[in-house]
Design a protein around this ligand. Structure first.
Ligand SMILES: [Zn+2]
Length: 393
């Protein structure tokens, strides 16, 4: 990839010589016949590497016509790259270990190291890094080294579909070392296709000379038959997550319905926020704006055993009345009260939009617990307000 250097770039010069100047054929001292220039971004700045190329001076030598270049060049960078290994590793480590995005990498290279690279260039080098990483991960010698102390393997296979309609990406992992062994996109989940991957896994295990203690996957037919065929007698367990999900299905359906119900009860956040913001406007009329909603749309009913006092979550009327009263004397305090109301609104919105959770922590249950926390917090505030008679709060 050709790289266009910014005009006026000041390079630090680095001259490399061939380590052994004697001709490999006739042992004569070889002469410099040419130079090769390589311009690189390194973490210490733009660098111009000057390679002294040499050849044998004897026209009758068998090495005639051969040019020798310094081997150290490859310890700085690869041919035609625009960056040294240091920048390359900097990029790859941040991309794959810390999951930085390409624009983030570009900005940090620019700000932190004054290195100017385009998104395209960074994506290209990240791709090269990935290729090297994959090769290293699959290197048999390294793998054997990694598995020296492992007495038995536990393998898994699963298909991932990044987006609907895309081909499925099948990943074979080993659980004792928590390593991805290999992954392949398959156009179909036909048994033949899948079986090829299981065969490959068997070959890897045989090469390691380590027995496979078990397999784990979901109950996809292709997995079940291929594993049974290639690993006769090896226990095959079904994935705990899939298993739990299936067992929990009726509970999750109920949970989902409860969630819908909670969401339909906790409404009107936008109207409350709008009222706070309207009160804040300096040009707004001093009297409180008309009610935008009926109180019950703003009331939260947390399920189960919550105290049924009307003091519960969100009595926007009282909060806003307090705001209005305070606004007459002290706009700073009014703003603070509005800020509290907006803070609660943001918290409740976050709770309503959170859909995380699995079979063991159903999302609806999480939502109910979180809403109860908000309700308790509001209760505490209302109680504190009642106690402090002299205070506006
Ligand atoms: Zn020679």
């Amino acid at each position: 990839m050709a790289y266009r250097w910014p005009a006026g770039t000041a390079f630090t010069r680095m001259v490399l010589d061939v380590e052994d100047r004697s001709c490999p054929v006739c042992d004569r001292y070889m002469h410099v016949c040419d130079h090769r220039y390589h311009h690189l971004w390194t973490l210490v700045g733009p660098t111009q590497v000057v390679n002294h190329l040499v050849r044998c001076p004897d026209p009758s030598c068998e090495s005639r016509g051969r040019t020798f270049s310094p081997a150290t060049e490859l310890s700085l960078s690869m041919p035609r790259w625009c960056m040294g290994w240091d920048v390359f590793c900097w990029l790859g480590q941040r991309r794959f270990a810390r999951h930085w995005s390409v624009p983030q990498l570009r900005a940090e290279l620019q700000d932190g190291h004054q290195i100017t690279l385009s998104d395209d260039a960074i994506a290209h080098y990240v791709g090269l890094y990935q290729t090297m990483l994959a090769a290293r991960q699959q290197d048999p010698a390294r793998l054997a080294d990694d598995y020296r102390d492992i007495a038995g393997l536990v393998l898994t296979i699963d298909g991932l579909q990044p987006e609907k309609g895309h081909e499925t990406f099948y990943v074979v992992r080993e659980l004792m070392r928590k390593r991805v062994w290999f992954a392949e996109p398959l156009l179909s989940s036909a048994t033949q296709e899948v079986r090829r991957l299981i065969v490959l896994a068997r070959q890897w295990a045989e090469r390691l000379g380590t027995p496979v203690r078990g397999w784990m996957s979901d109950k996809q037919d292709a997995f079940v038959t291929a594993i049974a065929a290639e690993f006769p007698g090896t226990p095959h367990r079904y994935c705990q997550n899939h298993f739990l999900r299936d067992v929990a299905q009726p509970v999750l359906e109920l949970d989902s319905r409860a969630k819908v119900k909670m969401r339909s009860k906790v409404r009107g956040l936008r109207a409350i926020e709008r009222r706070v913001l309207e009160d804040r406007r300096p040009t707004a009329a001093p009297e409180p704006p008309p009610l935008h909603e009926t109180p019950n749309t703003a009331a939260v009913h947390a399920p189960a055993s919550c105290p049924s006092r009307a003091l519960g979550l969100v009595r926007p009327d009282s909060a806003l009345e307090a705001t209005g009263l305070a606004a007459v004397g002290d706009p700073g305090v009014a703003d603070e009260a509005g800020e509290v109301v907006l803070g609660y609104c943001a918290a409740v919105r976050g709770i309503l939009n959170d859909s995380r959770g699995g079979p063991l922590h159903p999302p609806g249950l999480r939502m109910s617990e979180a809403l109860q926390d908000v309700r308790d917090s509001l209760d505490r505030n209302v109680q504190a307000q009642k106690g402090g008679v002299q205070s506006r709060w």
